[in-house]
Design a protein around this ligand. Structure first.
Ligand code: AKG
Ligand code: FE2
Length: 314
């Protein structure tokens, strides 16, 4: 780690009466700040009052109870799709444990099924917290996608394409305390493959992003903030104008880290196609149209830092 990154913190806590309504000047200013942060860093921090602090602390407490369940219960969460099944005791990242839950933000039934697997005797508060948090984070994620389209002056069918063609995955993660200073990698360096990720964490720092100068810098996340990260799908859609931030987790100190994230993911069958508004003499087309699911399958069998360029670069 080389230092703390100067990632902007944007205030998304607009109220109906404070003048920041969609379409007005304050909204447009916020859209351009979002775009600028995504162009420079591929990442920003935000504060947002529509997700109350009490829901965040309930979520973190619920996650602790989840990860405290016996290993054989947690292993029951299996999904044939890559990176969704319960993961623990992975030799590459032994500190990391996670669950990925499909569609839980939009389907209460998905929250019920997951809860039932983990607590067959029932745990309605857990189910309620999981669904409520994931659906609020999905709304936020979609708002940011809309702001990005708007900041590029997108109109008509291209404007809402990102949101209309997206589904979501909610991930919950725990990072154990490292046994020694040299065994502290919580999550390997990667770019997210999906469109946009919104993350939230407990008070233990550890997220680092790679700067344009190839330095790892810590993202100091204020206690009440969310982290937003641009993924490969959005980078490709934007014709490379937005950066897909490479990031990792490094653990220090004596406290466990918990984080959760809402990933907007192009739907089954969705094609990532650069809108014509984003191609001109200064910005020649960088990516051919491709089916996101095919790119993801390619990545899973050819894990590489350059997967997007190799797969879809023109
Ligand atoms: O735990 C974090 O803060 C980062 C998680 C992450 O990068 C991921 O799940 O893709
Ligand atoms: Fe990530």
């Amino acid at each position: 780690m080389d230092g703390a990154a100067k990632i902007p913190v944007l205030d998304f806590s607009w109220q109906e009466d404070d003048g920041t309504e969609r379409g007005n000047e304050n909204w447009k200013l916020l859209c351009s700040k979002v775009r600028e942060a995504c162009e420079i860093h591929g990442c920003f921090l935000l504060t947002y009052d529509r997700i109350p602090a009490s829901l965040r602390s309930d979520m973190l407490a619920a996650m602790k109870a989840l990860f405290d369940l016996p290993e054989e219960t947690k292993t029951k969460h299996q999904n044939p799709k890559p990176y969704l099944s319960y993961q623990g005791k992975c030799p590459v990242v032994p500190l990391h444990e996670s669950f990925g839950i499909d569609d839980v933000a939009t389907r209460l039934e998905a929250a019920r099924e997951f809860t039932h697997y983990m607590w067959p005797q029932g745990n309605p508060p857990f189910c309620e917290i999981l669904h409520s948090m994931s659906s609020k984070m999905l709304e936020l994620n979609f708002t940011i996608l809309e702001m990005i389209s708007e900041s590029f002056g997108m109109e008509g069918k291209h404007r809402d394409a990102l949101v209309r063609d997206s589904t979501s995955v909610f991930r919950v993660m725990k990072y154990k305390v490292p046994p020694r200073e040299d065994q502290n990698l919580g999550l390997v360096p990667h770019t997210d493959k999906n469109a946009l990720t919104v993350l939230c964490q407990n008070d233990v720092q550890g997220l680092e992003i790679m700067t344009k100068e190839d330095h790892w810098e810590q993202v100091m996340v204020p206690e009440d903030a969310f982290v937003v990260i641009v993924g490969d799908a959005l980078k490709a859609w934007s014709n490379g104008r937005l950066v897909a931030a490479k990031h990792r987790v490094v653990m220090k100190g004596e406290k466990e880290r918990y984080s959760f994230g809402l990933f907007s993911v192009p739907k089954e069958g969705a094609i990532i196609k650069v809108p014509p508004e984003l191609v001109d003499d200064e910005h020649p087309l960088l990516y051919r149209p491709f089916k996101f699911a095919d790119y993801f399958a390619y990545f899973v069998s050819n894990v590489s830092d350059d997967a997007l360029e190799i797969y879809a670069g023109v």
